[in-house]
Design a protein around this ligand. Sequence first.
Ligand code: RAT
Ligand code: ZN
Length: 416
Amino acid sequence: MAELSYAETAALRNVVSRAVNETQITDIHTHIYPPAFGDLLLWGVDELLTYHYLVAETMRYLNMGCDHFWALAKRSQADLIWKTLFIERSPISEACRGVLTVLDRLGLDVSTRSLDSYRRFFAGRNVEEYVDQVFELAGVKSVVMTNDPFDDAERPIWLSNKSVDSRFHAALRIDGLLNSWQAAVPRLREWGYKVNNEVNAETVDDVRRFLTDWLDRMNALYMAVSLPPTFEFPEHSPRGRLISECVLPVAIETGRPFAMMIGVKKLTNPGLRLAGDSVGRSSIEVIEHLCANYPDAKFLVTMLSRENQHELCVAARKFRNLHVFGCWWFLNNPSLINEITRMRLELLGLSVTPQHSDARVLDQLIYKWAHSRAIISEVLADKYIDLAAAGWRATEDEIRRDVADLFGGNFWNFVR
Ligand code: RAT
Ligand code: ZN
């Protein structure tokens, strides 16, 4: 046994924390866009405050109907959220704390509690420069977007062949195809794909063509979908057939992973809109089946329910075509990131991507990564300290190599 002294432990924690803070991250799932995408890129304090996580938290305290809230102008919504969550009580939830971390890292004085002064700070910014500043403060070198060809605001931008800032990688989002097939059919037909409500041979051919066309157009790194807890596969349904006959063959042929984000119950409270989704436990057998029966396909998987996390790690031990990523949405909280990251490292070593930001507002990159880095650093340091107790001293270079893998290297290896 070679227990570290107090000073050696502190020094090791320091090395790990420096490595974690200095490593430039590839953020593998976000909802942000480059400035060329115009209004799709959300940024600034009003967007931060009207984040749907904070809308849900605010509505718990208000005696106001959802329709009334949504009828307010964005600025008035932000005023109300600020007053309710930050002024009338202390902003201790993770999403509230996030807003303060962002303002603080931008050099604003949060102790003034002056929303108007924060607004003035943002009003004077040039968006291109601000993107650079946020990436710099967040220590992020590139992000993967969520790109939906069924989105009427986004599709024309891709069709116009704008060049895309190389820090922003695309991911082809196919919820529109897999989760609302009946609505997708007329749209696909309008765009020249010969598809029918029934997933027959002609439909299969043209959905494959649709997928490859858009993968190419976007130069997308992977295809992605969010799925309900009731997701089954194999399944004799349009979704089941589209996955087995279109998505997986295209994934195999193009070498692009299929990312599944599983466990979201859409619109449990419809009045809350985007804030109205909830969580449910999903079936791990579905993932095992996919990985076992499609060994040539690559699966990126994150699950929303805490209860699924352990079995997901075990599944990944069985299948190297399964890459586990992120602490998604309701799991992106310090206590859960700590628990889940620890479990993943213990079961999977360094072969995971422990976190993604899911940022919807550019500025959120700052807090999501500051908060996650602190926890991942603490967990990792504990692991190196345990190794040291067995006589294995990781060098600084080795630690930096490991951290680089966790913060993007593993993802790039998996994708390529
Ligand atoms: O975390 C979120 O912001 C959710 O609203 C979803 O966007 C989720 O991350 C998704 O990609 O479906
Ligand atoms: Zn997301």
